[in-house]
Design a protein. Structure first.
Lengths: 299, 512, 291
């Protein structure tokens, strides 16, 4: 199988931003809103990526991911927890061998990616070995911006191999790629190199996920599907904080890739504060009154 | 297009199992599925509006019954329900309106300082903004256009036109270096049904800013918002007779443009009617501007930002159900990307939501009238008979009202009727070309010349194409963009004169 | 010996596509002085000559418009140079045709030269004066530029015989239009002599075409011609005005009337830069601004 990055189309900033904004104009009400919010919960990779993370903190996170809200609200569990490699085994211990909530680990010298490939691969193998079913790797933005697309490709391919059975999410760190053209090309390289998901951001760089940058990546996924028949997943991460935003992202996924992608298998949202805002909206829809933060557990 | 780079996989063998483990969709089934898992609930606009059962003429600052005592029904095209009755103005009513406009011109408006005229227009703009939601709902009920468009485009743009032109009222001499601009007198303005309020604003704002007075004749099928605008003028305290609105049918329009005391005729509508008006005004000394039909080419070159181009194509032809004189109704695609474009377009139109104009999620509303629907059907039928293949959105259409699904036609040649005649509906004719020169030749091969679109990534090519397209508005890597500061109007049989911008002022002044 | 020599008389020919032609019909008319003396014969253009002139103008249009504004200015200035060079002959032509005093005729020629120079200077300025960059609310670069409309037909008034012809042609062609000029019925010879001057300037053939004969025969064909983009009418006859303007309903050709008295052609009002705008199309282009 020969791989080419030919015919990566150019992106016009103004139109793509207009198009992205158009999804926020959809009016999602009543039953659609409730279904959408619950779907959003099921797609959240509940994330903690701090230097001060501890096994205790990860336990809180796992518990929250398993049961985000009181049972009466009938809210699904989150898709996954996303942690640093050192905390994977603690998460696994807390969640047990088989869990509805998957464990995702960032890897490959997160967040900068400025480390030797050797240690990146070792890190990947260790995280997978510790029980991470999903590896969220960062690309070597330095290599990409220096025009060494092949180096970036090879590194992703190597990490994919190191993942074994674990799924690979490739973080482009779009805030550092700056242009939509770069995002589109990087998406294509990542998919061809073996990414199961492509992901916008580490959350450590501003801007993180935006609607237009996500749209560009969704369009890359769509074209890859048209070309190969393979469905690649999408994960915007960082910056999605409100229920309203999450619905707009779902609208965008639906209208760009179709309903097939409206599943945690193919769409994730990397977030932490988003979850409780979504839960408050669900409660508002169910109970009819506006909610307060004190009534929802933090993770 | 990006430089193609080829990467051989170093460890391709190691990867293969992982890739093959994923389900591969066969080529034939590689289309997107919309609507199965999660659909939007109805989201109707709930602002209550009151529509008087009977709408009178607006003459000399007052709402007044037509001399004939005749009224016609205004129909909601989405439901076929009667909204109200509208006065049928006749020649005598036009006489009254022109006389009122003449008095207002002589006694008040042409003498008013530009600054004061401007302040009136600012006031109108503000009231328009305040009543935006009500006007949007009325516009959608009366014309069938999606509330999303009337709310986000028609009404704010109408207000913007008043704002823009208000500022010109006391600065006109700067628009015409070395000359003194003077108003013409009474302007008779005839507007179409596709953007009823916005077209009224396009016409009235520059006329009044330049010191003319106006008799406006809205389209028979969409008179309500023009009359609501007249109420706003009342509320803003504009002097009686400065704006008059005479509703009615074609005969009312004829009475207006043939009126001997009208100094200026401005018409937006079909080329057919435009020619009749041109003939009638010939030799009368009336100043005339015409904004007529179009058959715009939207050209996609192979180095285009394709996904954005698809958006441009979609807004170019499906915006306002394609009831747009500058609609990009001919899509010219470079052969090398034809399959890609068609595949994307086919998937994209499935996401367009057709239905209740008052639902905030509706993308394509009702066809404006039964007659227009018949015309669209007839032309599409003719396209099929001539060998075109029809691709349509599979959306469900409401059982009542006038509807046509988003459609595009392939295997169209330059000589097909659907490639030459204005359809004025959500129907796109797709053709191919091999070289940019050929694209230009095909794009220009029409008696029309209102607008054009061109999509390419190369700067020098953009300027070449922009320069060579014989059209009054060229959208490069964009389509259907409008702004009060941007002149709009056609080449060739798309009419003459410009509306908007400094250039639009020329239509309403004489230079001395 | 001199007494025996017979004058060689010239038949003035039509000027079409850079060539001097006798006309498709082969008809001719005599031009006489105001006192009734026969001056010379001139070719009498038919509707087919009009057709040929429009077609020559159409062929010339693209190449002319493509020339840089600077070059078009130089070429118009060259036409002024040639007219200056031939001023005595032109003065004589006007004088013998119209009966004008030689000083009056010379004044007309001088003004015609100056007017050509005036309009020559506009070639690379009208786009700046009549164009615009428009501050739209969205992130787009938006500009409006004047472009030539294409083929312009212009009808000269009966008098003066030269000055209006130049005052009509120059603002039309300076933007890149080509022109079909219909000379004065009454005094056609100065217009045809001007054609001979243009032929020796650097103006490409077909950019200006000059017809003479009976205007009345051409009016309806001018009005209805589908390949004429604009008509500029300086004929004072009301019925001509009406006929030409109603013809615009055929193909929406642009129409401008120049209602001027013979004297007014000598004033600044006939040197009107806004006349340039009558035979241009304003094109507005949009382009997004982004990375």
């Amino acid at each position: 199988m020969t791989t080419t990055f030919a015919s990566v189309p150019t992106i016009d900033q103004v139109t793509v931003e207009e198009r992205a904004a158009s999804f926020t104009k959809r009016s999602i009400k009543t039953s659609a809103k409730l279904a959408g919010l619950k779907m959003a919960v099921s797609m959240i990779d509940l994330t903690t990526l701090e230097g001060k993370d501890t096994p205790g903190r990860v336990a809180y996170l796992c518990r929250k991911a398993l049961q985000p809200a009181e049972p009466k609200y009938d809210v699904p569990s989150c898709a996954a927890v996303c942690v640093y490699p050192n905390l994977v085994r603690h998460a696994r211990r807390f969640l047990g061998e088989r869990s509805a909530v998957k464990i995702a680990s960032v890897a490959t010298g997160f967040p900068s990616g400025q480390y030797p490939l050797r240690t990146k691969l070792e890190e990947t193998r260790r995280a997978a070995g510790d029980g991470a079913e999903e590896i969220d790797m960062v690309i070597d933005r330095g290599a990409f911006l220096a025009g060494e697309h092949r180096k970036m490709f090879d590194e992703i391919a190597a990490v994919k191999a190191a993942c074994g059975d674990s799924h690979l999410k490739v973080i482009l760190e779009t805030g550092e790629l700056v242009t939509y053209d770069n995002v589109r090309l990087a998406s294509q390289i990542a998919m061809e190199a073996g990414a199961d998901f492509i992901k916008t951001s580490t959350g450590k760089v501003q801007p993180a996920a935006t609607m237009p940058v996500t749209l560009v990546m969704l369009e890359a996924i769509r074209d890859y599907f048209f070309a190969t028949g393979l469905r690649i997943g999408m994960k915007p991460a960082g910056g999605i904080r409100t229920a309203k935003q999450s619905l707009a992202y779902l609208v965008m996924v639906k209208e760009t890739l179709g309903d097939d992608w409206l599943t945690p298998d193919l769409f994730r949202i990397g977030a932490s504060t988003l979850l409780n805002d979504v839960l408050m909206q669900i409660a508002k829809t169910a109970d009819g009154n506006y909610q307060g933060a004190d009534y929802f557990s933090i993770s | 297009m990006k430089t193609a780079i080829t990467v051989k996989k170093k460890n391709g063998l190691a990867l293969k199992p992982a890739l093959l483990a994923r389900p591969v969709t066969p080529v034939k089934k590689r289309r997107l599925e919309f609507g199965r898992r999660w659909d939007y609930a109805p989201a109707p606009e709930t602002v209550p509006v009151k529509i008087d059962p009977r709408h009178e003429l607006f003459i000399d600052g007052k709402f007044t019954a037509p001399r004939s005592g005749q009224y016609f029904d205004s129909i909601n095209p989405a439901t076929e329900a009667k909204l109200c009755e509208i006065a049928r103005g006749d020649g005598q009513d036009v006489d009254r309106a022109v006389a009122a406009a003449r008095r207002a011109f002589e006694n008040v408006w042409s003498r008013a300082p530009g600054r004061e005229r401007g302040k009136y227009l600012y006031r109108v703009a503000r009231i328009l903004q305040e009543k935006a939601r009500e006007l949007a709902v009325l516009e959608s009920m009366d014309g069938g256009k999606p509330i999303k468009e009337s709310r986000d485009f028609d009404v704010p743009m109408a207000a913007a036109h008043f704002f823009y032109h208000a500022g010109w009222a006391d600065k006109l001499e700067y628009a015409f270096p070395g000359r003194k601009p003077r108003p013409l007198g009474v302007a008779g303005q005839i507007i179409p049904w596709n953007f009823p309020l916005l077209m009224a604003a396009w016409k009235i704002a520059p006329a009044l800013a330049c010191g003319n007075t106006v008799v406006l004749k809205p389209s028979k099928s969409t008179s309500i918002t023009a009359l609501r605008l007249a109420q706003i003028f009342q509320e803003a305290g504009l002097p009686d007779g400065v704006l008059n609105v005479v509703t009615g049918d074609a005969a009312t329009g004829t009475a207006l443009y043939t009126h001997p005391d009208v100094n200026k005729v401005a018409f937006t509508g079909s080329t057919e009617v435009g020619k009749i008006i041109a003939r009638a005004c010939a030799g009368t000394g009336k100043k005339l501007t015409l904004e007529l039909g179009g058959k715009a080419a939207n050209i996609i070159l192979e180095d285009a930002p394709i996904d954005q181009a698809i958006e441009g194509v979609v807004s170019g032809i499906y915006f306002n159900q394609g009831h747009v004189c500058c609609a990009g109704s001919r899509l010219l695609v470079q052969e090398g990307i034809y399959d890609t474009v068609i595949h994307k377009l086919r998937n994209r139109i499935q996401t367009l939501r057709v239905g209740d104009p008052l639902d905030k999620n509706t993308d394509v509303g009702a066809i404006n009238s039964c007659a227009q629907l018949e015309k669209i059907r007839e032309l599409v039928r003719c396209g099929q008979e001539e060998g075109a293949e029809v691709e349509q959105s599979s959306c469900a259409l409401p059982s009542k009202g006038y509807w046509f699904p988003p459609t595009f036609l392939t295997s169209v040649t330059m000589s097909h009727r659907v490639a030459r005649e204005e359809i004025f509906g959500p129907v796109l004719s797709v053709m191919t070309f091999r070289t940019p020169e050929e694209a230009l030749e095909r794009a220009n091969n029409t008696p029309y010349g209102l607008s054009a679109g061109v999509w390419t990534d190369k700067g020098s090519k953009i300027f070449k194409m922009v320069g060579k397209l014989r059209a009054g508005v060229v959208w490069a890597n964009s389509y259907n963009k409008f702004d009060p500061a941007s002149p709009f109007g056609g080449y060739k049989e798309s009419g003459f004169g410009r509306e908007g911008g400094a250039h639009g002022l020329s239509a309403y002044v004489q230079l001395t | 010996m001199n007494a025996l020599r017979l004058d060689v008389r010239k038949t003035y020919k039509l000027y079409i596509g850079g060539n001097f032609v006798r006309g498709e019909s082969g008809r001719y008319l005599p031009a006489s002085s105001p006192s009734g003396a026969l001056l010379d014969n001139f070719c009498h253009a038919s509707r087919k000559d009009l057709r040929d002139a429009v077609s020559a103008a159409r062929s010339a249009c693209d190449g002319w418009a493509k020339k840089s504004a600077y070059l078009r200015g130089q070429i118009l200035y060259r036409a002024a140079e040639m007219l200056e060079d031939r001023a005595p002959a032109m003065t004589e032509e006007i004088a013998r045709s119209t009966g004008a005093a030689p000083e009056k005729a010379r004044a007309e020629v001088n003004l015609a030269i100056d007017r050509l120079v005036y309009f020559a200077g506009w070639t690379d300025k009208f786009a700046q004066v009549f164009g615009a960059v428009n501050p739209v609310a969205s992130s787009h670069f938006n500009f409006t530029i004047p472009e030539p409309t294409g083929v312009v037909a212009a009808l000269a008034p009966d008098e003066p015989s030269l000055l209006p012809l130049i005052s009509l042609a120059a603002p039309a062609i300076l933007t890149g239009n080509s022109a079909v000029l219909v000379a004065s019925d009454k005094f056609p010879l100065p217009a045809l002599t001007f054609a001979e001057i243009l032929a020796t300037s650097d103006l490409p053939g077909g950019v200006v075409n000059i017809l003479a004969g009976k205007r009345g025969e051409l009016i309806s064909h001018l009005a209805s011609h589908n390949d004429i983009n604009a008509i500029v009418n300086a004929s004072s006859a009301e019925e001509t005005h009406q006929a030409l303007q109603s013809g615009t309903a055929i193909n929406l050709k642009r129409y401008a009337a120049r209602k001027m008295t013979a004297e007014e052609w000598f004033t600044d009002s006939a040197e009107n830069p806004y006349w340039i705008a009558d035979t241009v199309e304003f094109k507005t282009a949009w382009h997004p601004i982004g990375l």
